[in-house]
Write a protein that binds this ligand. Structure first.
Ligand code: 13P
Length: 240
């Protein structure tokens, strides 16, 4: 098994639309009290951002789950990069597979979102990952190479790429450590040249039972956690 020594990791919570407003405030407060040497980012719903920021304190960083592909103006229901910046967001998730598949998010809008986030000094957490069909067809690398092409000719001081196989999200299924290591290695070779500070995190059914094994995989700088990040007991174990 490809292993690496343990060092501080980037642990990102994507609360998706799992929690209500009150529940989010409580979990943000509890998160601020967990002792850890890892770097923690919490991405709550837009409506909770200012309230969560207050609870998370200084150490835990705030992230958003999405950003508008235009900077301002007549765009009903959207939230701009400058608004996120004003609210203290340090990170934003861009191109999550749920948005690509359920909301038809295109590579054109993903690229615009990346540009606007960078312009406002918000670090993108850019998501890539293959479907079960693509993996079965042996096309994992081809699909990810295609998704990474949106980064061409963009420049980033700092970028997080999340490898989230679509078939692993919310299913309890996780790739083998070799598979994760191979894909992370490919992403680093492909995107690492143009990004000074690149962190590659794994996402998809991360929980308190598999966290240690995943964080020990060569090339894994951290994790992006959905469901398990919304349950305090699991989340505490993942953070530590
Ligand atoms: P789960 O951890 O619930 O599988 O979700 C992963 C994910 O989509 C994080 O962005």
């Amino acid at each position: 098994m490809p292993l690496q020594p343990l060092k501080p990791k980037l642990i990102i919570a994507n609360w998706k639309m799992y929690l209500g407003v009150k529940e989010s405030i409580i979990l943000a407060r509890q998160t601020s009290k967990i002792k850890t040497t890892n770097e923690i980012v919490v991405c709550p719903s837009f409506v909770v951002l200012p309230l969560a920021k207050k609870e998370l304190g200084k150490k835990v960083k705030l992230g958003a789950q999405n950003v508008a592909w235009r900077e301002g103006g007549a765009l009903t229901g959207e939230v701009s990069a400058s608004m996120l910046s004003e609210l203290g967001c340090k990170y934003v998730i861009v191109g999550h597979s749920e948005r690509r598949s359920l909301l038809n998010e295109s590579e054109v809008t993903i690229r615009e979102k990346l540009k606007l986030a960078v312009a406002k000094k918000i670090i993108p957490i850019f998501c890539v990952g293959e479907t079960a069909e693509a993996r079965k067809a042996g096309e994992t690398v081809k699909v990810i190479k295609g998704q990474l092409a949106v980064l061409n000719n963009l420049s980033f001081d700092k970028l997080v790429i999340a490898y989230e196989p679509v078939w692993a999200i919310g299913t309890g299924r996780v790739p083998t450590t070799e598979e994760i290591s191979d894909v992370h290695g490919f992403i680093r070779a492909e995107a690492g040249k143009s990004v000074k500070n690149l962190q590659i995190v794994y996402g998809g059914s991360v929980d308190e039972n598999n966290i240690k094994k995943i964080l020990a995989v060569t090339g894994v700088d951290g994790v992006l956690v959905g469901g398990a990040s919304t349950k305090l007991n699991s989340w505490k174990k993942i953070i530590n």
